[in-house]
Ligand binder design. Structure first.
Ligand SMILES: Nc1nc2c(c(=O)[nH]1)N=C([C@H](O)[C@H](O)COP(=O)(O)OP(=O)(O)OP(=O)(O)O)CN2
Ligand SMILES: [Zn+2]
Length: 145
């Protein structure tokens, strides 16, 4: 049985929460203007609209027996600064972030963008989940599938 102090490996999930502000417009380059209006409605407004996004970045891994950590949250904080805050905070997602020039800036795609870039800077296999609150009511989860 795995009691405290046993040799059994423990798996932990740790999450850091980060907020950022950005504006965007839902508009697909693969759809006509009419289709864009029909699909995205008010979110296709040419002048865009803004959100205060909240992102939860979760990593999963062994709780190191010596350090007591899955990873140092201070290191996770630095990764989040580089991957989320520097490129996205106070930006127009569609105009300031090259990735969204051809990819519609839905929250699903923002989650994929963050996942792909977090995976590049974290130790392999550690990233577990990106959860984004676009609003209090609209929440997206992406787990790299
Ligand atoms: N599948 C998706 N659908 C929608 C997305 C998205 O990212 N993925 N995004 C939007 C808009 O960006 C929009 O800003 C959402 O606004 P709204 O519907 O007004 O947000 P709320 O539901 O929180 O607003 P309430 O009016 O308070 O209900 C649309 N669809
Ligand atoms: Zn929006």
């Amino acid at each position: 049985m795995a009691g405290s102090g046993s040799a059994a490996e423990r798996i932990g999930y740790i999450t850091r929460v980060q907020s950022f502000s950005a504006c965007h417009r839902l508009h697909s380059v693969h759809l006509s203007d009419e289709e864009n209006k029909r699909v995205y409605g008010k979110c296709n407004n040419p002048n865009g609209h803004g959100h205060n996004y909240k992102v939860e970045v979760t990593v999963r891994g062994k709780i190191d027996r010596l350090t007591g950590m899955v990873m140092n949250l201070t290191d996770l904080k630095r990764c989040i600064e580089d991957v989320i805050m520097t490129p996205l905070d106070h930006k127009n997602l569609d105009k300031d972030v090259p990735y969204f020039a051809s990819v519609v800036s839905t929250t699903e795609n923002v989650a994929v963008y963050i996942w792909d870039n977090m995976a590049k800077v974290l130790p392999p296999g550690l990233l577990y989940e990106i959860k984004i609150y676009e609003t209090d009511k609209n929440v997206v989860v992406y787990r790299g599938e």
